[in-house]
Design a protein around this ligand. Structure first.
Ligand SMILES: Cc1cc2nc3c(=O)[nH]c(=O)nc-3n(C[C@H](O)[C@H](O)[C@H](O)COP(=O)(O)O)c2cc1C
Length: 365
């Protein structure tokens, strides 16, 4: 079973992920991971801290000469800002954060301990584990794409392919408008949310399962998306629009092709009955705006019970584009995990052969 655990704090020494379950001699592409980390940090709308962090992943175990050797793989990102013990107590909880719920859960009036690991800083190391998986999907012929498609009230209805690798990870036709929306709220000391889509191309039909219910591929992918901080709603394909259609309009149909029986006019998002159907997997997620506002926000000092102005520490203005890249990586991990669940072999070349045979055989149906 492919899985990982992550650890670390926002201002601690480092962030760590331990990955288990890859076949022996899986190619490990550190450059690919670092490129994704750099993209995640440099999106327009992030705070100045991102430029300081300049994240680089190091591999501490499980890899020799750029391939897995069968033991758990440890990834590490060193924090450049690692002053956790010097930080002031956080006695004014920030609405929209885990501060107050965690104070109540752990029975402690200083939320600093909890905000250190509730922070989305941890998504850097999760993204590393996911990017490692994405580079393996690429070897299997599967590609992943993502795009910010809504910033605040502005939406983009163009093709996901309409991209030029810009600093908002969005369609080039919407880039300027999205950027000016973010710049405007930045000046106001406010923040913006939005939405993004992630698409996987060339995933063979037949990956996933109907039962047990928690292993259904759509359930696993929804869980991953909603684990990303700020994500508030998730959609598979055109699920929201589909819900308002008549049955006769909502399901497309089948036709025979050289790739076997395939779906046409498919708006299902590539998964039916918990299993891939061979169409593109398309997911959309909606993010709330960042809660920490430079222009201030009302809260309570939990030690005095008096109304208090929340403290502002350097904060992002809009993270939708970063979220799209985080999601692309984390979903890649889940899709690779589902493929390995069905087709695992101890040696990577055997696994790859097994995967290619699986794809070919399913194209005969
Ligand atoms: C990439 C990324 C960066 C974030 N940066 C900030 C930030 O600078 N300031 C902030 O208040 N919240 C930030 N957030 C959002 C909070 O981490 C998040 O809203 C909070 O932890 C509450 O978790 P929840 O949104 O899952 O309820 C960020 C989220 C992501 C995904």
């Amino acid at each position: 079973m492919l899985r990982y655990t992550s650890a670390g704090e926002s201002h601690g020494d480092s962030l760590i992920a331990i990955i288990e379950g890859l076949p022996y001699k899986t190619p490990i592409n550190t450059d690919f991971i670092n490129k994704r980390l750099n993209q995640r940090n440099m999106m327009f709308g992030r705070s100045a801290r991102m430029k300081i962090e300049n994240d680089k992943v190091e591999i501490l175990s499980g890899v020799r000469n750029n391939h897995s050797i069968g033991s758990p793989i440890t990834l590490q990102i060193k924090n450049k800002v690692n002053n956790m013990n010097e930080l002031n107590p956080q006695i004014v909880p920030r609405p929209g954060h885990a501060d107050l719920p965690a104070m109540k859960k752990y029975k402690n009036l200083d939320a600093r301990d909890f905000s250190e690991f509730a922070s989305a800083r941890l998504t850097a190391i999760r993204t590393s584990a996911g990017a490692l998986a994405e580079s393996i999907l690429n070897i299997l012929g599967i590609t992943a794409l993502s795009s910010a498609v809504q910033i605040g009230e502005r939406t983009c209805n163009h093709q996901i392919e309409n991209h030029d690798g810009n600093d908002l990870n969005c369609c080039k036709l919407c880039h300027e408008q999205f950027k000016s929306s973010i710049s405007r709220v930045m000046e106001e000391g406010d923040t913006l949310g939005g939405a993004f889509i992630v698409c996987f191309k060339n995933v063979p039909a037949g990956i996933g399962t109907i039962t047990p219910w928690e292993e259904r591929l759509n359930a696993k992918l929804f869980r991953v998306l909603s684990s990303i901080q700020t994500v508030r709603a998730v959609e598979l394909g055109s699920g929201i629009n589909q819900s308002g259609l008549k049955g006769s309009q909502a399901h497309g149909s089948y036709e025979s092709s050289e790739r076997g029986t395939i779906k046409t006019g498919d708006i299902s998002g590539g998964i039916e009955g918990g299993i891939t159907n061979g169409s593109d997997i398309i997911l959309k997620a909606y993010c709330k705006p960042i809660a920490t506002l430079r222009k201030g926000y009302k809260s309570v000092d939990v030690t005095t019970k008096q109304e208090s102005q929340g403290v502002y520490e350097r904060s992002d203005t809009c993270t939708v584009s970063s979220c799209s890249l985080i999601a692309q990586s984390l979903l890649s991990f889940e899709i690779l995990a589902s493929i390995l669940n069905q087709l695992y072999m101890d040696n990577f070349d055997d696994f790859k052969g097994n995967f290619e045979r699986f794809r070919w055989e399913r194209q005969q149906i």
